[in-house]
Design a protein around this ligand. Structure first.
Ligand code: UGA
Length: 452
């Protein structure tokens, strides 16, 4: 067993995936959540949500080293019994779109309570996405106030942003491309670096550890998510340019752009726009933060506006293709924000449904291989939930591909001909071979139009 044990305060994607990866190596982990049901599941070796490879890893821990991963409902105990505490709580978006630091505040208070009675040096690491200044001015101030202890003397303080994407959380945790350590002082950063040198071993040959101050590390995470969102919006802007010129295809254009060694082609896939719990939340949070400091960001405003307008644009395309759709039936293939998850947060499908309803299109059939249930929680009776692709397409006047699930990849023009009243398709994710579909049924793909 490794010399330092770790408490993980918050058992969402980041928290539980880190906890499992550490415990699977031989690091003793005490996770903590106030949700008793969740804690019971984790202690039973069961992942409380779906994430690729997580359950297999938890099975392995349960079989070989069950003592390495325990989940408590008492964060104070978790902190007291470990050497390093990682804050992995959510930082959701408030109604006014700024960051909600409520969970971070209450966790800092719990750490303070624990440190009040602890004499040994303890390292606190913020891994949640937080706006610059939060670790020093909120987390550390609360810990100081509650515990009476001093950062840099009684406890160490780091901020380590997290870059894992849903659906690849385990892979991203085990094989990061860099580790960013924001440090209050040299001692704090050195202790966290030592921990990761042990955990990652040889992987660090290709994975630099960058050390910087707390605020720079906090801003790295926003730099990342804002640039990825901007790349997608940039591709969407060019998709809209491409549609101004017959026979220009944005996929080819972005391939040409992405092959530049200074750019790379990832996150240049145009379509109906980005969703998920992170991009909207983080772009809005840093935008609200910079505005509060007197610098409103015109760039990020445009990134969000253009993204949201893609949902209006796909409905425009659908009506160009199939005529006015009010009073007709429309099919949405895919509802989740991306394939491989049932997560509906900020999904493009929500914006598309709202736009359809605004235009008087009330007969909407949706189908998602994994997200029908979560979609129903989000969209209620705004749409109907089909149990199969066939049922979703039945008697439909227009089909829109919203999420590029593998289940939809193999569909052929004949499938649309067989089930729809008016066979046609708008490809909102550039999933299908353009010529194959365009030659067989009325077809439009975002980012390309053909000469009639
Ligand atoms: C994102 C980042 O990729 C992670 O690095 C980050 O750690 C995470 O947010 C976070 O802050 O927690 P995630 O939201 O899980 O991860 O999913 P992505 O794979 O980044 O996809 C986000 C959205 O962008 C999806 O709706 C996807 O369809 C869309 N997208 C992605 C495009 O429209 N075009 C692309 O080329 C790529």
């Amino acid at each position: 067993m490794y010399k330092y044990s770790v408490s993980i305060l918050g058992t969402g994607f980041i928290g539980l995936c880190s906890a499992a990866c550490f415990a699977d190596k031989d690091i003793k982990v005490l996770a903590s959540t106030h949700n008793r049901k969740k804690a019971a599941l984790i202690n039973d070796g069961k992942a409380p949500f779906y994430e690729a490879d997580l359950q297999e890893m938890m099975d392995n821990i349960k079989k070989n080293n069950p003592e390495f991963l325990q989940c408590l409902t008492d964060p104070i105990k978790a902190v007291l019994e470990t050497d390093i505490s990682m804050i992995t709580q959510g930082t959701p978006m408030r109604k006014d779109k700024s960051i909600d630091l409520g969970f971070i505040e209450s966790t800092a208070r719990e750490i303070g309570e624990a440190l009040k009675t602890k004499d040994k040096y303890h390292l606190v690491v913020v891994r949640s996405t937080v706006v610059p200044g939060t670790t020093r001015n909120l987390v550390s101030k609360i810990i100081e106030e509650v515990s009476g202890k001093q950062p840099g003397i009684d406890y160490g303080l780091c901020m380590q942003p997290e870059f894992l994407a849903e659906g690849r959380s385990i892979e991203d945790t085990l094989q990061p491309d860099r580790i960013v350590i924001g440090e209050f002082d040299e001692k704090s950063g050195a202790m966290l670096q030592e921990f990761y040198e042990y955990f990652y071993g040889d992987h660090l040959e290709n994975c630099p550890i960058l050390r910087m101050n707390l605020e720079s590390a906090e801003l790295v995470k926003y730099g990342n998510n804002c640039l990825l969102s901007t790349k997608i919006t940039y591709a969407n802007e060019f998709a809209n340019f491409a549609e101004l010129v017959p026979n220009v295809d944005v996929s080819q254009v972005m391939k040409g752009v992405g092959l530049d060694y200074r750019i790379n082609s990832r996150f240049l896939r145009a379509g109906v726009g980005f969703g998920g719990s992170c991009f909207h939340k983080d772009v809005n949070a840093i935008k609200a933060w910079s505005k509060s400091k007197g610098y409103p960001s015109r760039l990020l405003e445009a990134v969000l506006d253009i993204n949201d307008d893609q949902a209006i644009h796909i409905v425009d395309i659908a009506e160009e293709l199939a005529g006015k759709l009010a009073g007709k039936r429309v099919t949405l293939l895919g509802l989740a924000f991306k394939p491989g998850t049932d997560d509906m947060r900020e999904a493009a499908s929500i914006r598309v449904v709202n736009e359809l309803l605004k235009r008087g299109i009330m007969d909407i059939n949706g189908f998602d291989p994994k997200a029908n249930e979560t979609a129903e929680i989000e969209l209620g009776d705004k749409i109907k939930y089909a149990k199969s692709i066939e049922e979703a397409l039945k008697d439909s006047d227009c089909a829109l591909l919203i999420t590029e699930w593998d289940e939809f990849k193999n569909l052929k023009p004949d499938d649309f001909k067989k089930h729809m009243k008016n066979p046609n398709l708008v490809d909102g994710r550039r999933l299908y071979d353009y010529d194959e579909f365009n030659n067989a049924i009325p077809f439009r793909a975002m980012g390309r139009i053909n000469l009639a």
